[in-house]
Write a protein that binds this ligand. Structure first.
Ligand SMILES: Nc1ncnc2c1ncn2[C@@H]1O[C@H](COP(=O)(O)OP(=O)(O)OP(=O)(O)O)[C@@H](O)[C@H]1O
Ligand SMILES: [Mg+2]
Length: 337
């Protein structure tokens, strides 16, 4: 396809894609559609198949079955054409650590056949934009985790990609660096890039994604905007913390009848969560009465709208950051920034 015949379909189109590694079924019939200029948040716990999906879309892996198109270009039949228009910041960073940040960017420019002048200019531009000018001429092995992530993203932008794949761009970053990365990502989207972003952080999907696809065990288990997903839960969530952690089970048992689903306990933080439907205030009054009768001291008792965290738990029965087969009780799915 030439640029004259611009593809009118979605920027990313995935239909019924399967991928196994020996006995491990990483993807079992995934469908995805991302319109041009939009952000898709691909959300799922460890091992859900996020990276496998990204690798297929960026031509690093071939699907066993199904079809994947990026701007109308088939990843299996025209991998070179796909690579021309994409950028990837992956989980295994593309940085050469014995080289400086600037050298890394220049080499990437050479790979994309930019002439020397353009290469230098582009490297300088990206170093500035990602706040790496001070460290530009130091070997990257001395960079902090946040600086490496920023350089990795800068590397993926050298060629001005139309479609960008970011595989967990903020995992391991401190809250401030994460906010900085969000800002950069928003800026890219404002300039018209299409973005597929994988994340284990629900709040990240909530913040950045126009549409969220939740995958688990290689299958899509829910899709929609953040609001649509939250509305699915229906009604309110009642939550509080119990000081005496050893009484959490007893408290949950006492309140079970007030919840539309099994109460969830986070033993680490002593938090108990109930799904109380539309009758939030009635449930609140009744909860206070029962807790009084038990003589249990609580903190932060209140009713709130469901979060994406609650949605994820309702859908999968486990938090986003823990593997599906985790033997442990529930942990908070999204670390709060
Ligand atoms: N090269 C490989 N060889 C064997 N198994 C693999 C390979 N790559 C992925 N898998 C398996 O496929 C499944 C999906 O892995 P994938 O890396 O896509 O998950 P993910 O959602 O990206 O997880 P994470 O959140 O940990 O990055 C896992 O069970 C994983 O162990
Ligand atoms: Mg992954």
């Amino acid at each position: 396809m030439t640029t004259a015949q611009r593809w009118e379909g979605p920027a990313i189109f995935v239909e019924d894609v399967y991928k196994s590694f020996g006995d491990v079924r990483a993807l079992c019939g995934i469908d995805l559609v991302v319109e041009r200029g939009k952000v898709l948040g691909l959300l799922g716990p460890n091992g859900a198949g996020k990276t496998t999906a990204v690798k297929i879309l960026t031509t690093l892996l071939q699907p066993d079955r199904g079809r994947a198109l990026v701007e109308g270009r088939d990843v299996v039949r025209s991998p070179a054409a796909v690579r021309e228009i994409i950028g990837l910041a992956g989980q295994s960073a593309a940085i050469q650590e014995e080289l400086t940040g600037r050298e890394n960017l220049e080499i990437m420019g050479r790979l994309y056949h930019l002439d020397p002048d353009t290469r230098h200019r582009r490297a300088a531009e990206l170093l500035e934009r990602f706040d790496l000018l001070d460290a530009a001429d130091r070997p990257t092995k001395g960079y902090s985790g946040g600086m490496q992530r920023r350089l990795d993203l800068a590397l993926s932008l050298v060629s001005h990609p139309e479609v960008l794949f970011l595989d967990e761009p903020t995992t391991g970053l401190d809250p401030r660096s994460r906010l900085g990365m969000w800002e950069v990502i928003r800026e890219l989207v404002a300039r018209g890039a299409t973005l597929l972003l994988t994340t284990q952080y629900l709040e990240e999907a909530d913040e950045l994604a126009d549409e969220i696809v939740v995958i688990d065990h290689g299958k899509v288990i829910a899709a929609g905007t953040s609001e649509e997903l939250k509305n699915r839960i229906g009604g309110d969530v009642l939550e509080f913390t119990v000081d005496e952690r050893d009484r959490l089970g007893e408290v949950a048992e006492t309140l079970r009848a007030l919840s539309e689903a099994e109460p969830t306990i986070d033993a680490e933080t002593g938090t108990l969560t109930l799904r109380v439907g539309e009758g939030g205030s009635r449930a609140l009054v009744e909860t206070v009465r029962r807790l009084d009768a038990l003589g249990v001291h609580t903190e932060g008792l209140g009713v709130r709208r469901p979060s994406l965290d609650d949605v994820f738990l309702a859908l999968t029965g486990h938090g986003a950051e823990e593997p599906a087969d985790s033997p442990h009780g529930r942990r908070r799915a999204g670390r709060r920034a």
